[in-house]
Design a protein around this ligand. Structure first.
Ligand code: PNS
Length: 160
């Protein structure tokens, strides 16, 4: 059985992430979407909110499991007995950070293989921080987030 871990902050999950998860579902038997639970890394949504959004948004995509981890990704991967880590690459600007992360991870866990998937071009501009920025000022998040979580997230983001 081929499993992979798709790690991230997912603050919140976007249609770009969903696109990557759908592609992964066609490649791997199981995709573990793993939310980093790190008190020192500031996030807008709590871990349980983020996990809830991901669960809702990935319902119906075969082979998806949602989990959380803290500490090093390399340690979590070994604990889960998984060799493949999945990352989305949107643009050249993502490359430097991803290259560094893949190199550190493979130094820490030589059996770890980073698999990069390119989301559809229509999501190349999309990020969780863009979603938070647009939502904060009450802009429409249509097309940026899965329909089933738009209302809840829009309400939480709006400056009251
Ligand atoms: O997409 P993101 O939100 O930038 O995800 C980054 C994430 C959470 C995958 C990465 O920062 C991580 O796994 N951190 C855990 C600590 C770790 O393993 N650091 C070494 C690799 S940079």
């Amino acid at each position: 059985m081929k499993n992979c871990v798709y790690p991230g902050s997912f603050d919140p999950i976007t249609n770009g992430h969903i696109d990557v998860i759908k592609r992964s579902s066609g490649l791997f038997d199981k995709t573990i979407v793993a939310v980093l639970n790190n008190e020192r890394k500031e996030s807008f949504f709590s871990v349980s909110e983020r996990v809830g959004f991901i669960r809702k948004a990935t319902e119906g995509i075969p082979g998806v499991e949602v989990d959380t981890y803290d500490g090093l990704l390399a340690d979590y991967m070994q604990k889960r007995g998984t060799h493949f880590v999945l990352r989305g690459l949107r643009a050249i600007s993502d490359f430097e950070y991803e290259f560094q992360m893949a190199a550190v991870n493979s130094a820490l866990y030589p059996d770890m293989e980073t698999v990069f998937l390119m989301p559809s071009l229509q999501y190349s501009y999309l990020s969780s921080s863009i979603v938070r920025e647009v939502g904060r000022y009450g802009g429409s998040l249509a097309g940026m987030l899965p329909e089933c979580i738009i209302e809840e997230i829009s309400e939480r983001l709006k400056i009251k």
